[in-house]
Design a binder for this molecule. Structure first.
Ligand code: PRT
Ligand code: ZN
Length: 305
């Protein structure tokens, strides 16, 4: 995308590139919206302004995000670690040190970049890759990984449908993204080595921001942390008679921040605690048997430190 394709922007607005469509587009929008940003999108526009903050969104293909950051067209990007890592590895191959870095992992879009070989063939270790042709859409990451291990293998760069390359005789193995493993299995391949554990990350340019944009960035950074901290947490709330408290507390040794508050009648207490992950039914039933009443498990939306 040429410089001129981007509309003129007021420099003090923080520009964040996200994937327009695809796997990371919706979760990235959900994260920014949970951080309080509101904006309207029109299908044909790559650029939109937040209505309630000095932030502009660039809606682009994920592969464009690292370059937009490197060229200074935006200050933040939400992109897979694999895509960022690949583009940064390409810059390093040119002998330069990229001025972009991963600032935070964002907890969605998880997958692995793995080497996979035909299921029918034996696998004795990475030395088996010597002299083989490996198809991938992450050639720079693969070349760096092979070089670190001193393995001379051919790298066949493909832009998509990597998993069918061995079946077509284009390659002997693949280096591709895997999440459930179903695609590899359907193509009679099995993962044997992981190059990278990937997820969506917040990527940022290395250049310091001007004070106005730094203020926006630091507010958003803090809000992202509050949203991520709350993610997957549940608030457990119930009341109980005071004499049931020791038994109940013995069932709550692994919860976060249990708090006991007296109620007005003096005989009862109300309790609340944080739980990480799904609350097992067995635990709720055990609490109920031990005297917990009015048990509620509530989602947590935001957690300030
Ligand atoms: O149009 P645009 O260029 O923006 O999007 P895209 O088509 O290049 O990317 P997209 O939307 O498919 O993926 C965006 C990002 O999601 C990737 O860069 C990864 O960071 C992340 N992600 C998470 C995945 C997967 N999981 C994933 N499973 N990206 C791709 N896959 C593919 C994989 O390539 C393989 O074909 O899904 C297949 C494997 O899935 P399983 O479940 O069968 O193992
Ligand atoms: Zn892409």
């Amino acid at each position: 995308m040429a410089d001129t394709a981007l509309p003129a922007v007021r420099r003090e607005r923080l520009r964040i590139a996200i994937q327009k469509k695809g796997r990371l587009g919706e979760p990235a929008r959900a994260l920014l919206s949970a951080c309080g940003l509101a904006w309207r999108e029109t299908p044909d526009r790559l650029f939109c302004h937040a209505d309630n903050a000095p932030v502009d969104l660039l809606l682009v293909r994920d592969d464009d995000i690292p370059r937009l950051l490197l060229e200074g067209h935006c200050e933040w990007g939400i992109v897979g670690r694999n895509v960022l890592g690949e583009q940064l590895a390409r810059v390093r191959e040119q002998g330069a040190e990229p001025a972009v870095r991963e600032e935070r992992a964002l907890g969605f879009g998880g997958c692995r970049l793995s080497i996979a070989v035909p299921t029918a063939l034996p696998w004795n270790g990475v030395a088996d890759l010597a002299g083989q042709r490996i198809a991938t859409s992450h050639p720079a990451l693969l070349r760096a990984w092979l070089a670190e291990r001193g393995i001379a293998a051919g790298v066949v760069t493909l832009s998509g449908s990597v998993e069918i390359a061995p079946g077509l005789g284009q390659a002997d193995a693949v280096c591709d993204l895997v999440s459930s493993g179903a695609t590899l299995a359907a193509n009679r391949l099995r993962p044997v080595e992981d190059l990278l554990a990937s997820e969506a990350v917040l990527a940022v340019g290395a250049a310091p921001l001007d004070p106005a944009r730094e203020a926006t960035a630091s507010t958003l950074r803090r809000r992202i942390d509050c949203v991520l901290r709350a993610r997957d947490r549940r608030l457990l709330v119930f009341r109980a008679r005071r004499d049931a408290l020791p038994g109940l507390m013995s069932l709550l040794t692994d919860v976060e921040a249990p708090t006991v508050c007296p109620t007005e009648d003096g005989d009862s207490v109300s309790l609340q605690a944080l739980w990480h992950g799904q609350m097992p039914w067995q635990r709720l039933e055990a609490l109920e048997r031990a005297g917990a009443r009015g048990l509620m498990v509530l989602p947590v939306e935001r957690m300030l430190a």
